[in-house]
Design a protein around this ligand. Structure first.
Ligand code: ZN
Length: 383
């Protein structure tokens, strides 16, 4: 998920929003200002509906953020780093750096989100009751607080559906994991449940679209998104389990071709590149020191008329953004760091700090294909 607007940090975790949040922000504000609030109190000024609508929508996103921050805080407390929190079209995403080590931690990290939403629903509900108790319980303010209570209740309830990647799916995974002791099977089952739930959501969304109206379309998109997320999760689990005993040195491209960081793009493209078939190249300084990483994608982004004056280092991925692994490291650990890096590639460095290899997505894909062919071969020999 792209973080287009950075909001800052909470507990040291970068928090941002994706552009798609603006769509939901506008729709919710519009729904409140044009439908919900005038429906409850028809005689106020339009400006009041819109001001209260905007404030209420901001509070809604704050509730959503509280839900995600609670996941992140519990993850950190269980020893798992949190890369960032992003709000977008379908809610919030907390990107964790690794999986929970125990079913208990998996359960706690997942369940705290819906619990936070329920607590917030309770707080907003209590405020409504208080206002009723002490008079002034008839205003637009009460409607807005009541709406916040309901939407947090819905948010907590929806997220508790036992379907990965929703929180309820993670709770299901933790429960199955605890019972069987097999994390891979538990995660696969939770992802399957997620796929079934997503199909149901798409079908209901289509029915709603045909009978009620546009809101059904949103459910179709949500279902479609959950379906692809559940499938991606299943693939990731299967791939990680097939790579579990593999080390970086088994996969890396050894002794990669390097270029001087001051080489111009024109020199590279016209005189050197035809000799090599790789898609990424480490850049080195005059002393052989690593400087950064360039890729065909980065080179392609520079207009042809600027190639004469652009050096490789000018468009390179800086060294600090390229994950570094050791030859003896298990590949799943490095993969997780690679996924978080801008180019999805890693340097492999030996004990002395010398560059001995590079790992790219095609190295991984080639290895996975090869191990699939080998396992087919084994099956064929058995038949
Ligand atoms: Zn959640």
């Amino acid at each position: 998920m792209n973080q287009n607007i950075r909001l800052g940090r909470i507990f040291g975790i970068p928090v941002g929003v994706n552009w798609s949040v603006l769509v939901i922000f506008f729709l919710l504000t519009w729904e409140l200002a044009e439908l919900v609030l005038p429906g409850d109190h028809p005689h106020d000024a339009a400006a009041i509906y819109w001001v209260v609508g905007i404030v209420t929508t901001v509070l809604f996103f704050a509730s959503l953020l509280a839900h995600e921050v609670s996941h992140a805080v519990v993850a950190k407390r269980n020893g798992i780093g949190v890369r960032r929190i992003t709000l977008w079209l379908f809610g919030g995403v907390s990107e964790l750096e690794s999986d929970a080590l125990t079913p208990g931690a998996d359960f706690r990290i997942a369940v705290v989100g819906p619990v936070t939403s329920f607590v917030l629903a309770g707080v907003y509900g209590a405020l409504v009751l208080l206002l009723h108790q002490f008079g002034g319980g008839e205003g637009v303010l009460v409607s807005a607080l009541g709406w916040l209570a309901w939407i947090n209740l819905l948010l907590g309830g929806f997220n508790l559906m036992p379907a990965a990647p929703l929180d309820g799916g993670r709770v299901l995974r933790a429960a199955l994991w605890r019972r069987s002791g097999d994390r891979v099977r538990a995660a696969t089952s939770a992802a399957h449940a997620g796929e079934v739930f997503a199909y149901i959501l798409v079908v209901l969304g289509i029915l709603e679209f045909l009978t009620v109206g546009l809101i059904g379309l949103w459910f179709v998109f949500l279902g479609w998104f959950l379906l692809s997320a559940a499938r991606a999760e299943e693939n990731a689990v299967v791939m990680r389990s097939s790579l579990a005993d593999v080390h970086v040195r088994d996969i890396m491209t050894q002794d990669p071709t390097t270029f001087a960081s001051t080489t111009t793009l024109a020199d590279l493209v016209d005189n050197q590149l035809h000799r090599y078939r790789f898609s990424s190249y480490p850049l080195v300084g005059p002393d052989g020191q690593l400087k950064g990483l360039t890729t065909m994608g980065r080179i392609r982004h520079v207009p042809a008329n600027l190639r004469q004056t652009t050096r490789l280092i000018d468009t390179a991925c800086p060294l600090s953004d390229v994950p570094v692994g050791a030859p003896s490291e298990p590949i799943p650990d490095l993969l997780q760091r690679m996924q978080a890096s801008p180019d999805g590639r890693a340097f492999v460095v030996d004990d002395t700090g010398r560059l001995v290899g590079i790992v790219s997505p095609s190295d991984i894909a080639r290895f996975v294909q090869l191990s699939m062919l080998r396992s087919q071969g084994r099956t064929a020999r058995r038949n």
